[in-house]
Design a protein around this ligand. Structure first.
Ligand SMILES: [Zn+2]
Length: 262
């Protein structure tokens, strides 16, 4: 038993460490993709003075702490969000990887779910920043989910992927036709991608959980009376949250739910 626990902890740490490194790359994606900049060149540099970061200034989290959260050249403060995104990605990768392992997923399925998780983190921050979900991220994610369904063993299968994707995406597309102010086509494409990864009825749960949390946050903002707050509340982050919760605990939540009817 002890051996099993040690083994699980090492798996969780391994996925977490991988996530922290990927999180460092996601920072670049979050910062550059909305501006239409390349995510490869130029290398990482200080946005204020252009100081090119050397290898030892690029170690996730560690460099931030050693440098006291400032650029070594111009002493400009580096946003807390950089190490924050790295830590968050580490945590979410650890959960996605370890839970996938415990549920006996095929290694390729775990890899696919990690790419899914990473994309949702990037989309969440971009949506908070810009109120947009760029096609260069949502469309490949959608395609990857559909292809994954066909070639990778496990749930959902290819056809389940296509059906839940078209069903959920189509439903959201209809809502945008009826109520165009509510959400954008970016949300429709994101929901289609979520459907491809989560299948049915997972996509239902993801949208339900996302809407629930989004509504609660919206009410709290109204209640606090944030006048400066933009009327529009990004939906992408809440859908993404609903999606990862479904990815991790969807089966358990459904089991618990159906138990009430027995
Ligand atoms: Zn600088």
């Amino acid at each position: 038993m002890r051996k099993g626990v040690t083994f699980l902890i090492s798996i969780a740490l391994m996925f977490g460490l991988g996530g922290i490194i990927i999180g460092s790359f996601l920072n670049v994606v979050i910062y550059r993709v909305p501006k239409g900049e390349s995510i490869i060149s130029p290398g990482s540099h200080c946005p204020k003075c252009g100081h090119a970061l050397r290898a030892w200034e690029l170690i996730p989290i560690v460099s931030f702490i050693i440098q006291g959260g400032r650029c070594l050249n111009c002493r400009t403060k580096v946003s807390w969000r950089y190490p924050g995104v790295e830590l968050l990605t580490g945590l979410l990768f650890s959960l996605t990887g370890t839970l996938g392992f415990l549920m006996g997923f095929h290694p390729a399925r775990i890899g696919l779910n990690l790419v899914f998780t990473a994309s949702l983190i990037a989309l969440t921050f971009i949506d908070f920043d810009t109120y947009r979900l760029p096609d260069v991220l949502t469309l490949p994610l959608w395609g990857l989910g559909l292809i994954g369904g066909f070639i990778i063993p496990g749930y959902p299968s290819g056809w389940e992927s296509i059906l839940s994707s078209l069903g959920a995406g189509g439903f959201f597309w209809l809502i945008t036709r009826i109520h165009p102010q509510g959400m954008g086509l970016g949300d429709v494409k994101l929901v289609a991608a979520l459907g491809a990864f989560l299948g049915f009825p997972g996509i239902f749960l993801a949208v339900f959980l996302g809407s629930l949390v989004g509504a609660i946050v919206g009410l709290v903002i109204l209640w606090l009376g944030h006048r400066g707050f933009r009327q529009q509340i990004p939906f992408g982050p809440y859908l993404s949250l609903g999606a990862v919760l479904t990815l991790w605990w969807g089966t358990r939540i459904f089991d618990w739910y159906w138990a009430w009817f027995k």
